[in-house]
Design a protein around this ligand. Sequence first.
Ligand code: TTP
Ligand code: MG
Length: 350
Amino acid sequence: MNEEKSREKVILHLDLDAFFAACEEARRPELRGRPVIVGADPKEGKGRGVVSTCNYEARKFGIHSAMPISWAWKRAPWAVFLPVDMHYYMETSARVMGLAREKFSGSKFEPASIDEITFDVSSLGFEKSGEFAREFKQELKKKEGLTCSIGLAPNPLVAKIASDFQKPDGLTPVKSHEVKMFLFPLPVRKLPGVGPKMEEALKSIGVETIGQLQSFPKEKLSRVFGKYGEHLYAEAHGKDDREIGGEWKAKSISRQATFEEDISSKERILAALDELVNDVLEDVKVSKTKFKTIIVKIRYEDFSTYTKQKKFRSHVLEKDAKIWARELMKGFLKVGRNVRLIGFGVRLEK
Ligand code: TTP
Ligand code: MG
């Protein structure tokens, strides 16, 4: 190995497969092979919430996260529909992340969500990291009955995209000289910076794949999208110089609930909010973290959605979180409009 190569960064991104559904299958093996959908109560097709996730059996029917549960019911009424048991998933997540941190001990890491974690495994090198990743996948299957998908790449951006490349149970190594070709055929939507609106905007200028974005003149991108155009250009070329385990990125814990029918009763809305706050505070306890920022969200009957947040100077006490959640929400209820959904979340601190 020459000097240059040994200094190359190796980033590993791990994402659990169909996480909530896989947790359910792990504790109830009789569910394996059947379509499993975790989310709101479908109420024989009349349910108003959404799908949190579903296993790959259910995905064959076109069911996916965030789809209205009533649509999922229409597509596969015979599927197994289960409620969200957040507490159990958080405990499972904590154990899995613990196993991963043991496996890659000594490597800087950054949890990215309940089922994702990124490691800087540069000290292991590319080949050894691949071996460790394979071993970890086996351990995870044996100990927890879960599968995950892993991407290995020279930076966090490409590692994340690679982890998604061969789901489920995948392992995708992308070496630095392969980055551009790896990204080339993928749809632009695979870039973290591209959401549905950006996807549309890019389509309107004839760009649908990352390859097309790579060869699009940089100046033109900047002209159309401003500073964001430059960012897109860098992403399309797989450029990302973020450090793993450096500064702490704000994470949050949140819950939301859709009402059975649109309501305007202040008392009922605030009572539902109290429940959400209690659930979130429970999860905060399990995660052994603290927070300074609380956020409330409201969606009126016409689907217009608003959030309000309050940042405190020091860590928030439970009783204050409850009082302030109500205060913030009350601001939204002055107008007396019908409400479809409310949410509550906290932004975690180190
Ligand atoms: P993801 O990793 O996005 O999805 P997944 O693990 O279910 O499936 P995949 O194999 O594609 O990784 O999200 C992790 C968990 O977060 C997921 O199991 C449920 C929850 N979640 C929601 O509750 N709502 C959502 O819209 C999404 C995307 C995820
Ligand atoms: Mg996942």
